[in-house]
Design a protein around this ligand. Sequence first.
Ligand code: FE
Length: 294
Amino acid sequence: MGVSQLGYLGLSVSDTEAWEAYATDILGMEVSERAADGTLYLRMDEYHHRLALHPTGLDDIAYVGWQVPNEREFEALKQSMFEGGIEYVQGSRQEISDRMVRDMVKFEVTGVPYEVYYGGKVLWEQPFKPGRPITGFKTGEMGLGHVGFALEMDDIPETTRIFRDVLGFKMSDWIGPTPFFHVNPREHTLTFPPRRDPNDPKKIGHFMVETNSLDDVGSCLDLCMQKGVEITSSLGKHTNDHMVSFYMRTPSGFRVEYGWGGRLIDDTVWQVNTYDKANIWGHLRPQTAPTPAS
Ligand code: FE
């Protein structure tokens, strides 16, 4: 079975206060815990946290947490990595304690820091309380959402091979040169778009969270307009996952995709598709959006 979900993201941020306001008031996440070192843990569901914001100032990804279902799968995946030539390092006692998991190993692929773990901490006894009135996030066994890392075009084939053939991710589809992968029914959990801007050195391009209601997306759009959060792509619908979403700027400069209604993959019938276009409609950059009639 291998990796079963995108379990957590660790972000290195420069402005934890701005992130706290953004994550709770705009995205609707809940502050779960503040650690002594300034780490801010954010909840989206029954898990203790889905995001960990570390005040280490890079404004980029710190680590990506891939959950496997149990210890047996954990050992099997480590064996696959060993045989596939991926060097992993055992997580330290402190790191495992900070992640609130049972065991964890760390490795890098094309410069992005990943972790594989099992046994994340769940708090059913403390129901998730969204930071603003939303119906909630579509997470659970499908993980926190999806994440995209900008790669140089030349790195995409080998990175694709490693995720597919060594780590056991399943191909969903291709949009032009960009591969998309799934690890559960969520249409894609991981993607590697070619780097658009050579002057932007960030590894993370965006991460996506999905809400339970289209109204949660609409009310978030309203809040962005009212509170001056930069919308980087208008409301739109993707060709591959059919998500109705928009993109906004985070306090770290990279983007969050906020969406609803993504389609699900049934692996017994799924066939890899190729698309030329990323959007059925929408997702326009602001400068290309029509000027409203006055
Ligand atoms: Fe996306």
